[in-house]
Design a protein around this ligand. Sequence first.
Ligand code: GDP
Length: 445
Amino acid sequence: MFANLSDRLTASFKQLRGKGRLSEADIDATVSEIRRALLDADVALPVVRAFAASVRERAKSAEVSQALNPAQQVIKIVNAELVEILGGEARDLHFAKHPPTVIMLAGLQGAGKTTLAAKLGRWLREQGHTPMLVAADLQRPNAVTQLQVVGEQAGVPVWAPEPGNGVGDPVAVARSGVQQARDKQYSVVIVDTAGRLGIDAEMMQQAADIRDAVDPDETLFVLDAMIGQDAVTTANAFAEGVGFSGVVLTKLDGDARGGAALSVRGVTGKPVLFASTGEKLSDFERFHADRMASRILDMGDILTLIEQAEKAFDAQQAEEMAAKIAGDGDFTLQDFLVQLNQLKKMGSMKKMLGMLPGMGQMREQLENFDEREVDRVEAIVNSMTPAERTNPRILNGSRRQRIARGSGTTVTEVNALMERFDQAKTMMRQMARGAGRGVPGMGML
Ligand code: GDP
């Protein structure tokens, strides 16, 4: 559903590749790009505005972490903001103190209410509740039969008006359904109601009458995530006409732009409780803002990496290191060892480096990267005396031979490391002047 939005956001992060620090201009450019991407995904304007303002403020504030490069910093902020507009922590259904808990469904025709009634019933049954469905949608031909069919598939009984009773009175059906649930001691009763193709006063009145008759513990507004900008108008109309306590998003499996999903919480202030992701009864889940956000960013691995980098990063050590590198270049093999250990804290090196965005030219090197190499490098440095580590210039032939023996490597390997160390030192000095932010020591490998 969010493929296009994901691509656009990823593209905006890519522009930050290779930047050493976030300038105001970078932030402004990235935020405008994010703003356009959200608008094109049909996210409601007030939500987009709040989102952009918040990202800009956080990016400019001091909360940015030393452990992350600019692209990672922005990804982290955007992710946190996405979680926020999607509603943060998921809340549970509110159950009545004295059963049955009454859940009423409201929404436009075709939103997926009838399907949802069965999905929710099935889910509740699996949670150990004893649900019952009530067919109070007497508007749409076949709605009652449809509920009976899906109810049976879900293994949940359905209360329906007697056939052949003419048009019938949905309020009376809803009321008798709840009474039936009470008498038969069902723990939850889900009332399906009628929708129209568009918002209309009569439908709204009927839903409000049903609400008054059954006094629901939860009224769930069922919203088709594919309807784009109309979602906001529809949500507002239902909020005013019937009122609701939570939202269910349906058809999240579709390929529409998905802005509804991102707007509804911000526009209505009501939490999204469930997500429906297909036509099968099992295509249904609790709604988790964090999962949805990482689905939108499509960067699960990078978010994990960002977390790890922050944990492994020792700010003070890094600052000392940066000062050394930027200064007169007295960055030693001893410092290198400290950095290696910090890198190793982050787990599998190859995997970790592979997850980093913006590694461009390094990617090829990575393909040939042998993780055991880190151990060999460590062994070589460990076999050196402290004097050799601080002043590698004293490493003559016999010292090199001794080190190779001590570390179980060869003189060629020792020589190669020293050569790389010299190159890396130069490179790091350049980076420290220009684009030096990031996990320390990354340039060494
Ligand atoms: P109602 O008019 O609100 O009761 O809507 P229905 O439950 O009859 O659903 C309308 C159509 O949407 C049906 O064809 C459902 O199979 C389909 N539908 C419902 N939920 C989903 C969903 O999450 N994903 C997809 N792809 N289709 C859905």
